[in-house]
Design a protein around this ligand. Structure first.
Ligand code: HEC
Ligand code: HEC
Length: 360
């Protein structure tokens, strides 16, 4: 317990509430868990590439259903008050409307919760990329002292003592006890179904429906794409066949400077120790962006208009600012408004079966 208390203090001091999670003390079984049932296809909506699936955790009906149950269950937190959905709420684009997330006991985190939508496509997870996969990531918040503040052994003990959960785990993974590994695998499989595509933009660009987007949004897309205009797509990438709106790389825009102009959160640097990574954060997807305010890793910008103004000003000057971020003074008033209209055309259809399970 003492160790946890110390970590909590250290995280508060660093101003990065969701820094590295304490290493789990749970011993993973030597034989890795394997989903038991038939593998299901996760169909990517229009505008998204096929969902990448790990060979050792192919999705099944039962692992997805179990992951959904776990995702919405507040029992995953120590005091039964916080679920994954508390901070990644389907009603607000699977993210958090609060700039910093609030965990168990009202503890405040320093970073804005990113959306879980399309996290299946992230090559690394978290703003600083410190986690390699959804399976790995899912354990983090459960044991993070200021998020769910649970411990893996306690959680696993509770789930094992619940006959309804035991049944769900046996259907999903075959006979045997609940393990933390199975918890993480099931949640990851559910998350792979939480997709956003088939937006007005996708119908226009990939469905070739010329009327699907408004003239403002079409002009906005051209500003977004044109290296001489907005130059946004250099990082928020758009491919010929699909668009993820992220290069999965890390860039410094100068978000989060204190009154002395110093970076409050060193971001990617804390993971790599590379000077060039100071204040760099992962490019977030822009899908459903109109529903996922506030913006940026610290939730410091409230509207898409504020975001556009921030880019027009060339971000915030600091020694590590990305060379692609420069003043966009040349954009007309109309072009700035068009950019916002384009981003509003990225609201997608989220597949059914991704909300809170009924009857629980
Ligand atoms: C107390 C609020 C809170 C809870 C509870 C929480 N998260 Fe998060 N989540 C965050 C924050 C904040 C971040 C960003 C942290 C960072 O990057 O350092 C995050 C990041 C993530 C990411 C990475 C997304 C990306 O684009 O990199 C995923 C995936 C995720 N959470 C899933 C989950 C799952 C699954 C659960 C439940 C087991 C959960 N979260 C519980 C606040 C929360
Ligand atoms: C150099 C790469 C780069 C360029 C160019 C770029 N972005 Fe970004 N964008 C990022 C990164 C990185 C972040 C997160 C920064 C942070 O929080 O510190 C971000 C954040 C955002 C966000 C907030 C997303 C969220 O979920 O909080 C929006 C909206 C956005 N960018 C739109 C744009 C638009 C519009 C343009 C063009 C005018 C643009 N970006 C150009 C890399 C880039």
């Amino acid at each position: 317990m003492r160790k946890h208390a110390l970590i909590t203090i250290a995280l508060f001091l660093s101003g990065c509430a969701t820094g590295p999670e304490p290493k789990s003390e749970v011993k993973e079984p030597e034989v890795p868990a394997k989903p038991a049932g038939a593998v299901v296809e996760i169909k990517a909506p229009l505008g998204l590439p096929p969902v990448p699936l790990p060979a050792n955790n192919p999705p099944t009906v039962d692992t997805i259903a179990l992951g959904r149950r776990l995702y919405f269950d507040t029992r995953l937190s120590k005091d039964g008050t916080v679920s994954c959905a508390s901070c990644h709420d389907p009603k607000t684009g699977f993210q958090d409307i609060r700039p910093g997330s609030v965990g168990v006991g009202g503890k405040l985190g320093g970073r804005n919760a990113p959306t879980v939508l399309n996290s299946a496509y992230n090559t690394v997870q978290f703003w600083d990329g410190r986690s390699p996969s959804l399976e790995d990531q899912a354990g983090g918040p459960i044991e993070n002292p200021i998020e769910m503040a649970h411990t893996a052994p306690e959680l696993v003990k509770n789930l094992n003592a619940d006959s309804s959960y035991r049944g769900d785990f046996e259907r999903a993974f075959g006979p045997g006890p609940v393990t933390f590994q199975k918890v993480r695998m099931a949640i990851a499989s559910f998350e792979r179904t939480v997709l956003s595509g088939n937006s007005a933009f996708d119908k226009w660009k990939y469905g070739r429906d010329a009327k699907a987007m408004t003239p403002e949004a079409i002009r906005g897309f051209n500003v977004f794409n044109d290296p001489k205009k907005g130059n946004c797509a250099v990082c928020h990438t758009v491919e010929k066949e699909y668009a993820l709106f992220t290069d999965n790389k890390f860039h410094n825009l100068g978000v989060g400077l204190d009154s002395k102009g110093e970076l409050k959160d060193l971001g990617r640097f804390k993971i790599t120790n590379q000077e060039a990574d100071k204040g760099a954060f992962k490019t977030p997807t822009l899908r459903n962006i109109a529903t996922t305010a506030p913006y940026m890793h610290d939730g410091s910008l409230k509207t898409l208009r504020e975001v556009v103004d921030f880019y027009v000003g060339g971000g915030n000057s600091n020694p590590y600012r990305d060379k692609e971020i420069k003043s966009l003074d040349h954009l007309s008033k109309q072009e700035r408004a068009d950019l916002v209209a384009f981003m509003e055309a990225l609201n997608g259809e989220v597949p059914p079966g991704t909300g809170a399970p009924e009857g629980r």
